[in-house]
Write a protein that binds this ligand. Structure first.
Ligand code: CP
Ligand code: NVA
Length: 296
């Protein structure tokens, strides 16, 4: 099975990965040698801190052998076609995890590799991030009936979060500037599971929400648009006033890296109810649970 999209898991499988992640977090030693002699490739076409470190450690701490590869050495799409990279890596590795620009490259690799292929972020989705987001929400309150408000760019992180959250019984409210809404195909996908409201009004989205989430206004690969986006997105900054319009015990989430002073103010990201470091930590626990699910 590949994990390119959050809904490559059924809602029951998603719940079970999260339950396992919580068990692994409580007792890391319980899975120390579960994947001995298995090999996990971690390929990056874009920079990474959390994904690189958490995935490499998740593999090592379950006994697997991580092999980290960069685009400079592999040259996927320039030195070698994704199809050929897939065929070769498939002969060496038990699982191939990749961070790419073009989601189609992941599909091509998955088509030509028998090993499970995992999306470590593409232009369309960031499903491993969503696993950690969902674990962090579960640590705050029950999923059923929770309201998740996402403010900012309708991007890869939102796509996976929106579908994952509705799969687990949450309501999602999204506020973006006009023209930066999430892909309508993802809104439709999420609406098959639960309620999703898309608006251009950040206060309408955040009112009474249990979780307030934002991400950078310009994702990796969109650097040339950063200045224009900063102008357009400034009314969507998560500042204390906006955060305080959420529920009294609401938590703040951000996948990180954050651009302090742009999509979020210091007061909010450093707020006692900000859970961004738990979220980053949970990347490791959820990746372990995913590896165990795919390789055991
Ligand atoms: N959240 C996340 O994926 O961070 P990195 O880009 O540092 O891996
Ligand atoms: N949306 C961001 C997420 C980084 C983890 C990006 O794609 O750059």
């Amino acid at each position: 099975m590949d994990f390119l999209h959050i809904d490559d898991l059924t809602p029951d499988q998603l719940r079970s990965v999260l339950t396992r992640a919580m068990a692994v977090k409580r007792d890391p030693a319980s899975v120390y040698d579960h994947l001995v002699h298995r090999s996990v490739g971690l390929f990056f076409q874009k920079p990474s801190t959390r994904t690189r470190v958490s995935a490499e450690l998740a593999a090592a701490e379950t006994g697997a052998h991580p092999v980290v590869l960069g685009q400079q050495e592999v040259g996927m799409g320039s030195r070698e076609a994704p199809k050929d990279v897939a065929g070769v890596l498939d002969r060496y590795l038990d699982l191939i995890a990749m961070r790419v620009f073009d989601h189609q490259d992941l599909i091509d690799v998955a088509t030509h590799a028998e090993a499970p292929v995992v999306n470590l972020l593409s232009d369309l989705e960031h499903p491993c991030q969503a696993l950690a987001d969902l674990q962090t929400i579960a640590e705050h309150r029950p999923f059923e009936g929770a309201v998740v408000a996402y403010v900012g760019d309708g991007n890869n992180v939102l796509h996976s979060l929106m579908v994952g959250a509705t799969m687990l019984g949450m309501e999602v409210r999204v506020a973006t500037p006009a023209g930066y809404e999430p892909d309508p195909a993802y809104v439709a996908k999420a609406r098959r599971y639960g309620a999703v409201e898309v608006t251009n009004d950040p206060y309408a989205a955040v009112a009474g929400a249990d979780v307030v989430y934002t991400d950078v206004w310009a994702s990796m690969g969109q650097e040339s648009e950063a200045e224009e986006r900063a102008r357009l997105f400034s009314p969507y900054q998560v500042d204390l006033r906006l955060f305080e319009s959420a529920a009294g015990d609401a938590i703040f989430l951000h996948c990180l890296p954050a651009h302090r002073g742009q999509e979020v103010t210091d007061e909010v990201i450093d707020h006692p109810r900000s859970r961004v470091l738990d979220q980053a930590e949970n990347r490791k626990h959820t990746f372990k649970a995913l590896l165990l699910d795919l390789l055991e």
